[in-house]
Design a binder for this molecule. Structure first.
Ligand code: C5P
Length: 239
């Protein structure tokens, strides 16, 4: 699996999303579409972006009973997206059902990635609200192993966790990592960040980059810098 940069298109509507994508004259970045845009515009915006030649990570984080998730995944798979996700908290049975639902008649399917614990959850809220009293690292590692056993392709995690996840789940288990900032950039609300180069060196398989690209004066140039730096970091990791 080629390492790649995914641009988080966190825009509220179709118009702004397509205006942003038209600022990439040469390349067709892999893009992430989240709940806000999908719920506002529906499947048609996914088809439109697909038709423009972009690969798509549809970040809807499904979490429901296995049968419902299986059927919903079959619908998403028909949109011809490249990556989708579920909450690992839905259990192994739900993840297995999601995987079954994704397989297309020709045998292909999008990559399926699990969310372990959201980065907005900390140890205190996990213990108080979810009655999970283990350390966060142990919970993330356990959820990743269950996702692996269920046959999923990888997890969303911090680049700081990528190495540990690969140790536990194997080098081929994908780590999709947000929390990326250029060294001189504003961290905004991200607390634990890595640069594209550091994330590459740490073993991330895909970096998810939003505002450092969407908010740049020249998004295409910022994207190219992410691609270059990430590849350089990955080469360092292999040297
Ligand atoms: O703008 P920024 O680079 O912070 O965007 C990161 C993207 O990754 C956003 O779409 C955000 O919702 C998503 N994300 C994240 N942290 C997680 C999971 C997803 O930042 N743990």
């Amino acid at each position: 699996m080629a390492k790649d940069v995914i641009v988080a298109c966190d825009f509220p509507d179709r118009e702004r999303t397509l205006a942003f994508l038209s600022r990439f004259p040469e390349e067709k970045p892999f893009v992430k579409i989240g709940m806000e845009l999908f719920y506002a515009e529906g499947p048609s915006v996914v088809r439109e972006i697909r038709e423009r030649g972009h690969r798509i990570f549809l970040d809807l984080k499904l979490h429901d009973i296995p049968n419902t998730v299986k059927k919903a995944m079959a619908v998403l798979s028909r949109l011809d997206v490249d990556m989708v996700n579920v909450h690992a908290a839905g259990t192994r049975a739900m993840m297995e059902a999601a995987l079954e639902g994704l397989v297309r008649p020709d045998g292909t399917r999008p990559l399926l990635i699990a969310v372990t614990q959201l980065t907005s959850t900390d140890r205190e809220s996990m213990a108080r609200d979810l009655l999970i009293r283990e350390p966060m690292e142990a919970v993330v590692a356990h959820y990743a192993s269950v996702a692996r056993e269920a046959g999923l392709d990888g997890v969303v995690c911090s680049p700081l966790e990528a190495g540990r996840i690969h140790e536990i789940c194997g080098a081929g288990f994908l780590t999709v990592t947000p929390g990326i900032r250029f060294p001189e950039g504003d961290r905004q609300d991200q607390k634990r960040v890595m640069s594209p180069e550091e994330a590459g060196a740490a073993g991330s398989d895909f970096i998810v980059v939003g505002r450092p690209v969407t908010g740049a004066a020249d998004p295409a140039e910022a994207y190219r810098r992410c691609v270059r730096d990430f590849a350089r970091g990955a080469e360092l990791a292999q040297a």
